[in-house]
Structures are given as C-alpha cells and as structure tokens.
Design a protein around this ligand. Structure first.
Ligand SMILES: [Zn+2]
Ligand SMILES: [Zn+2]
Length: 99
C-alpha cells in the first residue's frame, strides 16, 4: 500500500500526496514526511533518529534538529542552566587533557 502524506507547504497551502516518500513525521497528528532526523544524543554515540517534518523540527543549533519530545527535554535542560553548567565543566577538563 502506498503511504499518503498531507501538510502545509512553505507558502501555507495544504497539500496531499501519496507515494514512497519515507517515514511520516513523529508527531502523532502530523501527516507530513519526516525529512529531518532528530539529532538528540541517546548514548553509545547514537542519536534518536526520529523522523520529523520541517515544521515540527526544533532547531537547537545550525543543522542540529530535535523531535518534539526531545525539544521539550532540551528546553528544560536549557532552562535549568544545563548548557552553561556543561560548558563550565567541559572547558577546564579539555584544557587539562592537552597539558
Ligand atoms: Zn510534522
Ligand atoms: Zn528525538
């Protein structure tokens, strides 16, 4: 069976297409094509790899996209000062390694 997709184009028009375009977006209510894979690290050097469409992908950094669930986790982490704390820990450690 041919999968079908629907969503909105960049210009805001609704589209409906059928064809082998790949996995659907991970958002339960979204029928768009998941053209972007979640880059959230899940350990062992692996990333989440959840397929997400352009409108549901959260851009955490240039070319780093997170799925809706991981975008939420990322926001909580940032709100809790996680990024700043991590940078403070990482930089002195890296400097020590080099000497
Ligand atoms: Zn979507
Ligand atoms: Zn994810």
């Amino acid at each position: 069976m041919m999968p079908c997709y629907s969503g909105y184009t960049k210009s805001g028009d609704k589209f409906f297409i059928c064809g082998k375009l790949g996995p659907h977006c991970a958002d339960a209510r979204c029928m768009d094509v998941g053209t972007i894979l979640c880059d959230y690290p899940v350990g062992d050097g692996k990333t989440c790899d959840m397929p997400i469409c352009e409108s549901h992908a959260f851009e955490a950094a240039p070319n780093v996209h997170y799925c809706p669930g991981h975008a939420l986790m990322w926001r909580k982490f940032v709100d809790a000062g996680g990024v700043e704390r991590d940078l403070k820990n990482v930089v002195p450690f890296a400097a020590k390694e080099r000497t």
